[in-house]
Design a protein around this ligand. Sequence first.
Ligand code: AMP
Ligand code: ZN
Ligand code: FE
Ligand code: FE
Length: 282
Amino acid sequence: MNYVDLHVHSTASDGSLTPREVVAQARAQGLRAIALTDHDTIDGLGEALAAGAELELEVIPGIEISAAHEPGSMHILGYFINHGSARLDEQLRVLKQARADRNPQIVANLQKLGMAITMAEVEAVSGGGQVGRPHIAQVLVQKGYVADFQTAFEKYIGNHGPAYVNKFRFAPRDALAMITEAGGLASLAHPFTLEYSSTGHLRSILIQLRDWGLAGLEVYYPEHAPERQAAYKKLALEMGLLMTGGSDFHGSIKPEITMGRVGPNLYLPYELVEKMKARLVR
Ligand code: AMP
Ligand code: ZN
Ligand code: FE
Ligand code: FE
């Protein structure tokens, strides 16, 4: 098999498998390469790279940074980043602190709404990595306050929910610089979450991002219907952006997602990685 998955999460952020387990599963599925792209952290990369070397699976050191954008959300993927970069580590520490400040505030809001949940419970489900809303959602489900994960967001902790607390995000330009300064290639994740008004609007956003260092566009993604995927492919070709793709695997937290699978019967060839590598050496 010659397939890859360039968008995968572990317990370093909100996935349910440890970095090593992610690599082992990719290997068991016969994938050729994966990129570990945890939210706002590179803490899982050391373990993932070591497991990759041991189990003979190519692991691309990655990240997914949440950038400030209204409406909707902007996630920027970074690939082939130098995860030993002290500067990157320092910048990511700001985000870690922002989360540490915010999680107890969300929990306090839920308590005010009458739910007996604690930070200790949230930390217990997080698997030891960074803590986020998906973990809070899991606790709400476990304790029976909501029927499922999605309802937790819809009723309480989604961006417009009554328990939501905003957190600091880097401006898109700064997030792109963080990735490129760490030697990486930046790609815009699941572009539809920008909630742009038209393809022309998306194009104008991409032109700006490209000026700031954007190198790729996530064309292949489970939630991209064929028409959307075709539009993104066209934009990437037109704008000289690399095409990237992945499943956004999170393990049992999002059980409908299968690693390596980006659509009904759609898997990504290793060629995507070769094109990224060619861009890196230029
Ligand atoms: P956080 O980084 O703590 O703000 O949590 C963000 C994560 O929560 C996202 O990456 C999604 O996995 C999840 N999330 C955010 N909004 C929703 C939503 N409306 N429905 C389901 N999951 C969501
Ligand atoms: Zn996630
Ligand atoms: Fe994302
Ligand atoms: Fe993701």
